[in-house]
Design a protein around this ligand. Structure first.
Ligand code: OGA
Ligand code: NI
Length: 367
């Protein structure tokens, strides 16, 4: 089957005339199955060569959550908090170990995700409903803004996992594999605990009250979105991107990956740096909402995904305060940020399709 052979995701974009239009985006997994030698033109991304420094880091900062627990020896805990402060400020991103999520839970996630993506296309489609009115959810397209944009080398599956009842009446969780939702729910529950612990530790690490960030995350109404990213093997990975440069709109993002490593890059100064992130390990990054809460003391890192020769999967949990929460930046920062309502910020984020030149976070900065 050629590129025009009929395996497409559909996406709705807003035309310049203000009228929504449906565009078709190839199912990347189906393209990859054809064993192409060359990357189809729609996926070719112009990259700035001077930002491709090919820096290889031997390792990446890692935080041992057990050392941040109340039972930890005070000197050990203080040292780990200092390490947390330094990597959260320097990278906005770090690995976590001894995090209390059992390896069997992470492996369960890997199994159901692979199980889903190994289904034939028609079964994948039949297995998942869609959020009719919410763009960028369900199985299929990555976020598409215009007809002529260079496309990301990715298929993805996105679901709302919290608050309770958010998906009522919507058939958005895959029916196959049959334990998909149950396995993911367990991971989400444990992931939330880890994020809650981190939110308190991050505040402490900045010498704030432990409550300062987590007070925005109402236990009943906070949101958790699950995003499964599938990056099929790419014929010319140096020409493609799995995900275009972005920062996450979230409070915190928690990620795991499997298949292969080496896809995630973070912007450090002017250079894209590959994150040394072993498979099955957990990685956390600060999102825009936490940058705002911290009055800019924590940075939401710009990151992107490069395509790889081998297939790669990642699962991201995006943890946000409830939509209606007004977040107030902490007082003893630089006073550079103003208070914003979470839902307004997130809406703005998706409306403007942020780029490095036009960042969503400007919305929350004082003039
Ligand atoms: C994301 C993201 C990174 C990855 O889903 O927002 O940045 O490695 N994913 O897939
Ligand atoms: Ni991201």
């Amino acid at each position: 089957m050629g590129e025009e052979g009929g395996c497409f995701h559909e996406a709705t974009i807003m035309g310049q005339d203000g009228i929504p239009r449906t565009v078709r985006v190839p199912v990347v997994q189906e393209l990859a199955r054809q064993g192409l030698k060359f990357l189809p033109e729609r996926f070719i991304k112009a990259r700035n060569p001077s930002h491709e420094a090919n820096i290889t880091l031997p390792m990446f900062p890692s935080i041992n959550m057990a050392k941040l627990g109340q039972q930890a020896e005070p000197g050990v805990r203080a040292q780990e908090l200092a390490q947390l402060a330094s990597c959260a400020k320097e990278w906005g991103m770090f690995l976590v170990t001894d995090h209390g999520i059992h390896p069997s839970v992470v492996h369960g996630v890997k199994d159901v995700v692979q199980g889903f993506f190994r289904l034939p296309l028609e079964e994948k489609r039949a297995s998942v409903g869609s959020y009719a009115s919410i763009d960028n959810m369900g199985y299929g397209r990555n976020f598409v803004k215009s007809e002529d944009q260079a496309l990301d080398w990715i298929d993805r599956l996105a679901m709302k996992a919290a608050p309770k009842g958010v998906d009522e009446g919507l058939l958005v969780w895959p029916q196959k594999p049959p334990n998909f939702r149950q396995v993911m729910a367990k991971y989400v529950e444990q992931g939330r605990k880890l994020c809650d612990h981190l939110l308190q530790a991050l505040a402490e690490a900045l010498s704030l009250s432990p409550h300062d960030f987590i007070q925005n995350f109402d236990p009943e109404w906070s949101e958790i979105n699950v995003r499964v990213n599938y990056y099929p093997p790419c014929p010319q990975p140096e020409l493609a991107l799995g995900i275009t440069p972005h920062s996450d709109a979230s409070g915190l993002s928690l990620l795991t990956q499997f298949g292969c490593s080496g896809g995630l890059q973070v912007l450090k100064g002017l250079n894209w740096v590959t994150v040394p992130w072993p498979c099955d390990e957990l990685l956390v990054n600060v999102g825009d909402l936490l940058e705002i809460m911290s009055d800019g003391r924590l940075k939401s890192p710009w990151h992107r995904v490069v395509a790889t020769e081998k297939e790669r999967f990642s699962v991201a949990l995006f943890y946000n305060p409830p939509c209606s929460t007004e977040i107030q930046p902490v007082e003893d920062g630089d006073g550079a940020y103003k208070k914003v309502v979470v839902g307004d910020y997130v809406r703005h984020f998706y409306e403007i399709s942020p780029t490095l030149e036009k960042q969503a976070i400007a919305y929350a900065k004082k003039a």
